[in-house]
Each structure stands twice: as structure tokens, then as C-alpha cells.
Design a protein. Structure first.
Length: 191
């Protein structure tokens, strides 16, 4: 030690961190932790959405299989659902469906014996567009009005939704991945 100079407390010979260095390190740690937590939560939301979408896909597949087993109506009337109503899919809790369109398909197979070929008079081939919705609600059916009451997407003075408003609500459900639209070909055979 030199004469005349007292030894300082924070001299270079002592190891340690200053308060400013500790605050900067803590800030960097908190920022990194916040970013990681945000990524984790976003991943959980996307995983849940993917599981819901997969569940809707399975429900739609079982519905298509079930509709294919339905005997053809003797009048040849295609399958339909009441306007503005969604029906439950059997065996899938809180999953509903609506047949948006259903029309007879043009059969392209000329191979005799192929199911639904032109020489099969007992087959009916339908082009169908299904809307499958995941929505928790009690009761045997679900209406667009009930969905809108719970989600508050469209303002309606009468409480009922017209076809354009129902389409807007459907688009909203599809965008939020609460619904799945599926185009499929259903082959039904007469008894």
C-alpha cells in the first residue's frame, strides 16, 4: 500500500459485481424468461387448436361413414339438415354437423362391378359439403342463434340470423378453428 492513500472498498483486487451489473443481468434474465414463457403458452394454444381440429376430422370421418350406411330414400331425396340447425354427431360429445350442400354426383367409373359404377342401379353417389362444429352446449340440437348468443359475433335486432349472417358466423367459426368444412363423396346403396 502506498503511503498517503487509503485502500478503497471496491478496488480491482476484490472480486464481485456492482449493483448496476446485477440489475442488467437480472433484466436480461427476466426478458429471456418472458420470451420463453410466451413461446411456451403460444405452443400450448396451437397444440390445443390442433387437437380440436383433429377431433373434428375424426368426427367428420365417422359421420361420412355413418351417412354412407344410411339406406337410400325411395324418393331419392338427398340428405339434409333443417335450416339454421346443427345436429349432434353420435358418439362425439359437443360435436355438431350441418349438411351445407348435397347433390347427386356424376359417376365416372365404367368398370362393371365397381361400387357406384354406371351399371349399378342400387347405388347413389352424393357430393356433400359438411360443416362440423365443436361447441359445448346441452340439448339435442344447436342453432346458429345460440352460437351467436354465446360468441356475440353478429348483432341482430330480431335475434334470428338470415342466410348471409349464418354464412358470416360460419366463416368466423372456421377462422377460429371451431369448425371444419369437409367436401366428400358418399356412396349409398339401396337395400
Amino acid at each position: 500500500q502506498r503511503a498517503g492513500r487509503p485502500r478503497s472498498r471496491g478496488s480491482a483486487s476484490q472480486g464481485g459485481f456492482t449493483l448496476v451489473e446485477l440489475l442488467v443481468a437480472t433484466g436480461i434474465f427476466v426478458l429471456g424468461f418472458s420470451v420463453c414463457l410466451g413461446l411456451f403458452l403460444a405452443g400450448m394454444r396451437h397444440r390445443t387448436a390442433a387437437e380440436d381440429h383433429l377431433r373434428l376430422g375424426f368426427a367428420a370421418s365417422s359421420l361420412v361413414e355413418e351417412l354412407g350406411l344410411v339406406e337410400m330414400a325411395t324418393t331419392g331425396v338427398p340428405l339434409s339438415t333443417p335450416a339454421g340447425t346443427l345436429l349432434p354427431i353420435r358418439g362425439h360429445q359437443h360435436v355438431w354437423y350441418r349438411i351445407e350442400s348435397c347433390q347427386n354426383a356424376v359417376v365416372t367409373s365404367n368398370v362393371p362391378g365397381d361400387p357406384g359404377s354406371r351399371d349399378d342401379p342400387n347405388a347413389d353417389t352424393l357430393l356433400t359439403t359438411l360443416l362440423v362444429v365443436s361447441f359445448a352446449t346441452p340439448g339435442p340440437s344447436l342453432t346458429y342463434e345460440e352460437i351467436n348468443r354465446r360468441l356475440r359475433v353478429i348483432t341482430s335486432s330480431t335475434g334470428t340470423l338470415d342466410a348471409t349472417q349464418q354464412q358470416q358466423l360460419t366463416d368466423h367459426l372456421l377462422a377460429r378453428q371451431l369448425a371444419l368444412r369437409m367436401e366428400t363423396v358418399i356412396l349409398r346403396r339401396a337395400p
